[in-house]
Design a protein around this ligand. Structure first.
Ligand code: ADP
Ligand code: ASP
Ligand code: MG
Length: 415
C-alpha cells in the first residue's frame, strides 16, 4: 500500500464531464489499495476571470479581499469532485484550507505555507476516506483566507504530501510530462523521463509553468518524489527526483536540459538616477515591503558626475502596484522618467552541463542574432542564461534555441 497525493490542474477540472473522469482516476488509485488525498485547481480560466473582476473593481485592489475572491474557484471544484466521488460510492469529503488548516503567512496573493496540521488527514486515511482539498488557498493565524500565488495548487499538493509523509505526489495536468520546452510551441520538444529537482527548479523559475517553482523547491527540501503525468492518457510521465535517484549517469553529459519562456514579466526603466550609495536600496526596499518580486536588474555604468539608468522586471500583475510605489518615492529618489513596457518576454536556456562547458551563452546570442532578435537585458546563473526580448519574437526565439542546442526530437510530440 502506498500513500499518494494526486493533484489535478485546471484543464482536468474544467466541467462536470472532466471531473467525472478525474473521479474515475481517484477511485482507481484507491481501489489499488492506496491511501489517497486529492488536491484540485479551479476550472481552467476561472482564476483569470476572478482576477479580472478584482481589477475591474479597482486597479489598486486590497490583496486581502483579492484572496477572498480568487480562492473561491478551488472551493467550487473541490465540492464538485467530492459530490462526484460520493456518487461513485467513494467515501470522499472536501476540506477547505481553513478547515485542515493550512497555515500561511499574511503575504496575501503570495502567501507562504508555514505548516499543515496532518491530524485531520491522518484520521481520514485511518477511516479509509478520501480528502478532497482545494489547492492554492490557506489561512493566516488570524483566520483570514490567503492564496499562494498563481499556479499555487502544485505547492499545496507537495506541502500536503510532505505533511502526511506520502510516498509520492502525482501532478496530473494537460501534457504528459516535462518536456525540453513547452510542447505547445515546439512540437518537436522531447519528453524527459526523469529530471532532477535542481534542473526542474531552474526550468520552473524561468517560466516552465508545468510546475510552480515553489512546489519544486519544497519537494527538493522534503525529498518528495513528484510525478508529472496527463489526466487524459495513460502514458508514463516524468519523474522529478533527487540527483542520487538518477542511475543513468549519462544524463550528466547532456549539456542543456531545456528552454523556457516567461511572458508574465514587465520591464521598468527609471532614468537619470543620482549615482550615489543607497539609491538602489531606496528603490528596492519599498518594493520588497510591498511584496513585489523583482527579477532581472540591469544598471548602466555612468561616467563620473553623470546619472545612471536602472532597468528591472516585475510580474505584469504587479505593475500597477509597482508604479504606484515608485511614483510615491519619485522626489526622494530623484529619477527623471518611469518607463514601463509590458511587451517583453524572458527566454532562458537551462542545463547543469553549463557548469563545465564554456560557450553556452555565446551560442545563444549567436542563434538569436542570426534571426535578428535584439536582446534587451541578460542575466546568468551557474546553470542558466536568460535574455529579455521583444514579446513578438518569443516563439521564434524558443524554436531557434531548441534547434541550436540539438534538442529537437525526430518525431513531433504526440498530442
Ligand atoms: P495545470 O492547470 O494542470 O496546473 P499548467 O497550465 O499550469 O497546468 O501547466 C501545464 C502547461 O505547462 C502545459 O500545457 C504546457 O503548455 C506548459 N509548459 C511550459 N513549459 C513546459 C515544459 N517544459 N514541459 C511541459 N509543459 C510545459
Ligand atoms: N487556480 C490557480 C491559478 O490558476 C492555482 C492553480 O491552478 O494552481 O493560478
Ligand atoms: Mg499549473
Amino acid at each position: 500500500m502506498a500513500r499518494i497525493v494526486m493533484k489535478f490542474g485546471g484543464t482536468s477540472m474544467a466541467g462536470i464531464e472532466r471531473i467525472r473522469h478525474v473521479a474515475d482516476l481517484v477511485k482507481r488509485e484507491a481501489e489499488r489499495g492506496n491511501q489517497v488525498a486529492v488536491v484540485v485547481s479551479a476550472m481552467a480560466g476561472e482564476t483569470d476571470r476572478l482576477v479580472q473582476l478584482c481589477r475591474e473593481a479597482s486597479s489598486l485592489y486590497d490583496r486581502r479581499e483579492y484572496d477572498v475572491v480568487v480562492a473561491s474557484g478551488e472551493q467550487v471544484t473541490s465540492g464538485l469532485l467530492a459530490i462526484t466521488l460520493q456518487g461513485m460510492g467513494v467515501n470522499a469529503r472536501s476540506y477547505m484550507g481553513w478547515q485542515l488548516p493550512i497555515h500561511t503567512s499574511t503575504a496575501h496573493a503570495a502567501a507562504l505555507i508555514d505548516r499543515i496540521d496532518a491530524k485531520v488527514l491522518e484520521k481520514i486515511f485511518d477511516d479509509g476516506g478520501v480528502a478532497v482539498i482545494p489547492g492554492f488557498q490557506g489561512v493566516t493565524e488570524e483566520g483570514h483566507v490567503t492564496t499562494l500565488g498563481r499556479g499555487g495548487s502544485d505547492t499545496s499538493a507537495v506541502a500536503i504530501a510532505a505533511a502526511v509523509k506520502a510516498d509520492r505526489c502525482d501532478i496530473y495536468t494537460d501534457v504528459d510530462g516535462v518536456y525540453t520546452t513547452d510542447p505547445r510551441i515546439v512540437p518537436r520538444a522531447r519528453k524527459l523521463p526523469i529530471v532532477t529537482y535542481e534542473e526542474m527548479l531552474e526550468l520552473a523559475s524561468v517560466g516552465a509553468k508545468v510546475l510552480q517553482t515553489r512546489s519544486v523547491g519544497l519537494a527538493m527540501r522534503e525529498n518528495m518524489p513528484i510525478q508529472v503525468l496527463s489526466s487524459f492518457d495513460d502514458r508514463p510521465g516524468t519523474m522529478v527526483v533527487g540527483d542520487d535517484a538518477i542511475e543513468d549517469k549519462t544524463m550528466e553529459r547532456q549539456l542543456i536540459t531545456g528552454i523556457a519562456y516567461d511572458k508574465n514579466e514587465a520591464r521598468i526603466t527609471l532614468t537619470e538616477l543620482p549615482d550615489r550609495p543607497g539609491t538602489v536600496a531606496a528603490i528596492f526596499t519599498p518594493l520588497a515591503e510591498a511584496n513585489i518580486n523583482v527579477d532581472m536588474i540591469v544598471q548602466s555604468t555612468p561616467r563620473a558626475g553623470e546619472r545612471a539608468d536602472l532597468t528591472f522586471t516585475v510580474p505584469k500583475a504587479a505593475l500597477a502596484h509597482t508604479t504606484d510605489v515608485l511614483e510615491k518615492i519619485k522626489d526622494e529618489i530623484g529619477y527623471q522618467d518611469l518607463l514601463a513596457n509590458t511587451n517583453v518576454c524572458k527566454v532562458s536556456v537551462v542545463g547543469v552541463g553549463m557548469r563545465t562547458n564554456a560557450g553556452v551563452a555565446a551560442q545563444m546570442f549567436q542563434a538569436l542574432a542570426a534571426r535578428g532578435i535584439n536582446i534587451l537585458a541578460i542575466t546568468t546563473s551557474e546553470i542558466k542564461v536568460t535574455v529579455l526580448i521583444d514579446e513578438e519574437y518569443t516563439e521564434l526565439a524558443v524554436r531557434v534555441l531548441h534547434t541550436a542546442y540539438g534538442l529537437d526530437a525526430e518525431e513531433e510530440a504526440a498530442e
